[in-house]
Every structure is written in C-alpha cells, then in structure tokens.
Design a protein around this ligand. Sequence first.
Ligand code: 4F9
Length: 247
Amino acid sequence: MFALFWDHGIIRKAIENEKIVASTLNIRDFAEDRHQVTDDRPYGGGSGMVMKPEPLAAAIRAAEQEAPSAHKVLLTPQGRVFNQKIAQELASCEDLVLVCGRYEGVDERITSELIDDEISIGDYVLTGGELAAMVIIDSVTRQLPGTLGGADAAEKDSFADDLLEHAHYTRPQVFEGEAVPDILLSGHHEEIENWRLESALMRTLMKRADLLQKKDLSEKEIKILEKWSQNIKDIINSHHKKSKADT
Ligand code: 4F9
C-alpha cells in the first residue's frame, strides 16, 4: 500500500528534497514461524483475530533501532481524534513510528508497553491502520517548512486559526453566468483581505458553527459578527413594523 504513497506528489518531493526520511516495515517479516503468522484467536473466545504480540514487538523494536527517540503512535479507533493541532504536535517530533494494526486489534500488552500515543482519524472502522497512517503522514509532512509551494502556505491553512478557508475564484471572470466578486478584481489589497476574512467567517458560521464557538475571536472578527447581527436585527425589526402596519 505504501509504495505508491511514497512515490506521489508532495510526499515524493519531500522525500527527494530530504525534508522527510520514510520507510515501511512489514510486520509479517518479523514472524518467527514458517507461515509468518501475525494473528491469533482471542483469549476468552469470540469472533475475529488479534495481532500477536511477538512479531509486532520485534517490528516496533526494529523501527526504534533506526529512530531511538521516536514517538510511537498506534492507529486505532480508540485513539484521540486527529486534527490540525495534533498534526502540528506530531510535526514537532523529530521521529515518528506509526504502528498499523489489522484484524480486530492488537494485543493489549503492546499498547501498554510499547506505544506512546493512540490516534484515530475518525469514528469509523477501517480494515487496517495503513490508510490512517497515510492521512497522518500527509498532513504532518505538509506542516514541515519547505514542503509546500508557497513559503508560508501551512500557516495560512484552514483550521490553523479555527476558520474555514474563504471562497476562492480563478479565471474565467464569468463561469456559466456567475461572476467573480468585483472586489477581487479591484486591486485594493486591504479591502480584498477584509472581504476574505468576512468570507471565511461566513463560511465557518454556515458550515461549522462549532469551530466559531470555540475560536478566539479578534477585534476585527467581532466587529464583522456584530455588523451581521445588527443587519439581521434590522431585517426582523422592519418585518415586525410591516406586519403591524398590515393589521
Ligand atoms: C485507525 C480507524 C484510525 C480510524 C485501525 C481498523 C482505524 C482503524 N482511525 N480501523 N484498524
């Protein structure tokens, strides 16, 4: 699964430019038996299989040989739910070992003795932790300086400040009858920045009010929200006046 992942896009460039060093270990290669078995039936019975501890421990220790101070993360639905803040936290680690389980889960003694951190990418079950690891590698890599096109692209990211991105437009100026907002063609940088902040706030309110709820609002942002609030009150007021006049 990882061969294609390492060989594509920003991740590939980050490896080529030595912004990251990446490798994969196959837990199967650490199984001692002839059939390279990595799973076994659960103690206590029941359906599903459990990752055997010995090959998993050997694989984790082999990874630690290469990165002795690595932060060791197990990808599991039981983990803390991944977000941009955790991506930044992981980006500050010198080395990461990402452990991908299969089957119903890993033997609890692996989690308790060899794992530093458990991370989930969302409340759903996958067939294994590999896709979750790729999600984490992707978002952590793009946090690192010099991995994205624009110099400060990661700082300006959606979520870095609990706001969704403002609306984006490119050519043509009119597409299927819909025009780009005039302000974006005006060349007034300050007004364009104000428009973008208002657009970002509006989209966050409409699509992710939960983000706005917990956000630290700036003076400027509060001003914009107050302006909307006043606009809405004015609309409701004039509606009340009209209905009174009608009766
Ligand atoms: C890992 C699901 C991280 C969500 C690992 C089965 C997983 C997962 N986030 N599902 N193995």
